[in-house]
Design a protein around this ligand. Structure first.
Ligand SMILES: Cc1cc2nc3c(=O)[nH]c(=O)nc-3n(C[C@H](O)[C@H](O)[C@H](O)COP(=O)(O)OP(=O)(O)OC[C@H]3O[C@@H](n4cnc5c(N)ncnc54)[C@H](O)[C@@H]3O)c2cc1C
Length: 333
């Protein structure tokens, strides 16, 4: 492996494209379960107006296009994996994650505002319930005629409850407080469903245990407890959707940094440690702008610097058009 890229946000995705264009093999590690970084996790349906050649583009479509652009290269993605440790020994960067280790000639930190991960349910048997818990709703048909438990009091809990109302058999909405943080608009929209019993709301309750049914793997027995008087309610559901928010953790990896941002040379994106580069929202230098387009430019500078200084393979400079043409014809052969 030539380059390990940490972060599959827009900067990391474009870095993988340039690395491949320059003939370097790279992999991408991300703590989330899909690519896109902030664009996907925080504002996938928001239009972006400052991407060159697009008068406007939805954040999710920008990510879709970036993925399409790297499709010919079969970039190796490792999702749901948190990088915990970086170390340069001799001429190699060693990256340790919560599951495995990676080694390469260089590492590009494209870790943005840090790991963004869903706050998990505080249950001891989460692993056994994995297939029953969904933090992200994809393939809504899976929930058709099923009984769903949605947990949370914010906008996403309400949005998902409303969204599932026309698909699921019953939706239980559980919140540990009586008052919801969600918008009045969503709460008002929910009212007709509460009367129809399509949706049952339990407040102030929290889920204190969930266990798979011994006989049928399809049902989860859930125990809800009133947070004020400790009374309990048992319900059986097919799926649990926790909407407890996201948590962010920033790491500057013992590199020279200012306020959680990694200091880099503005010409090369190299950090205080040779072989480690930082691009996108994770770095800082004079006149730094936290914009996607700047992340793209920084990805390009880092990749070229790595190719010219750290990779010993013979390399002849070519303009991207001819290099890409050759790569595509190799891939298609
Ligand atoms: C609401 C909103 C609107 C915005 N609108 C615009 C706009 O219109 N135009 C614009 O140019 N910019 C906009 N931005 C800013 C833009 O989204 C960021 O500049 C951009 O996402 C930065 O990209 P990135 O790839 O550097 O980092 P990110 O998008 O933050 O991606 C970083 C990735 O790294 C992963 N990661 C971090 N640490 C680790 C670790 N230890 N292990 C594994 N993975 C890790 C994270 O999970 C994440 O997926 C907006 C931001 C927000 C919040």
């Amino acid at each position: 492996m030539d380059v390990i890229i940490i972060g599959a946000g827009p900067s990391g995705l474009f870095a993988s494209f340039i690395c491949n264009l320059l003939g370097m093999k790279c992999c991408i590690i991300d703590s989330l379960s899909s690519a896109g970084g902030q664009c996907t996790a925080l504002y996938s349906d928001k239009p972006i107006y400052d991407i060159p050649a697009y008068s406007q583009i939805l954040a999710k479509d920008l990510i879709k296009n970036l993925l399409l652009q790297i499709e010919p290269f079969n970039v190796q993605f490792t999702f749901d994996t948190i990088v915990q440790f970086l170390q340069v020994i001799d001429d190699k960067v060693h990256v340790k994650t919560n599951t495995k280790s990676f080694t390469a000639s260089a590492c590009i930190l494209a870790s943005g505002a840090g790991t963004v991960s869903n706050i998990k349910l505080p249950l001891p048997n989460l692993e056994k319930l994995q297939h029953k818990i969904h933090y992200k709703l994809e393939n809504l048909q899976k929930f058709k005629d099923k009984t769903i438990l949605v947990i949370g009091g914010g906008d996403s809990a309400l949005d998902w409850t409303l969204c599932l109302m026309n698909i699921a058999k019953t939706v239980y909405l559980v919140h540990r407080r009586v008052k919801f943080r969600a918008s009045q608009f969503s709460l008002k929209n929910l009212q007709p469903y509460l009367v129809s019993e399509k949706c049952k709301m339990f407040t102030p309750y929290q889920l204190i245990s969930a266990n798979l049914n011994d006989k049928s793997d399809d049902l989860v027995h859930c125990l809800l407890q009133n947070t004020q008087n400790d009374s309990q309610i048992k319900i059986d559901v097919n799926y649990i959707i926790p909407c407890l928010g996201v948590q962010q953790a920033i790491n500057t990896w013992n590199l020279q940094s200012v306020g959680n941002k990694v200091c880099v040379n503005a010409c090369t994106m190299e950090s205080s440690q040779k072989r480690i580069y930082a691009i996108g929202d994770t770095n800082i230098y004079e006149n730094k702008q936290k914009l996607i387009v700047c992340g793209f430019s920084e990805a390009t500078l880092a990749a070229y610097h790595i190719r010219q200084n750290l990779i010993t393979k013979h390399h002849k400079f070519e303009y991207s058009t001819s290099a890409y043409g050759k790569i595509l014809s190799n891939v298609n052969e």
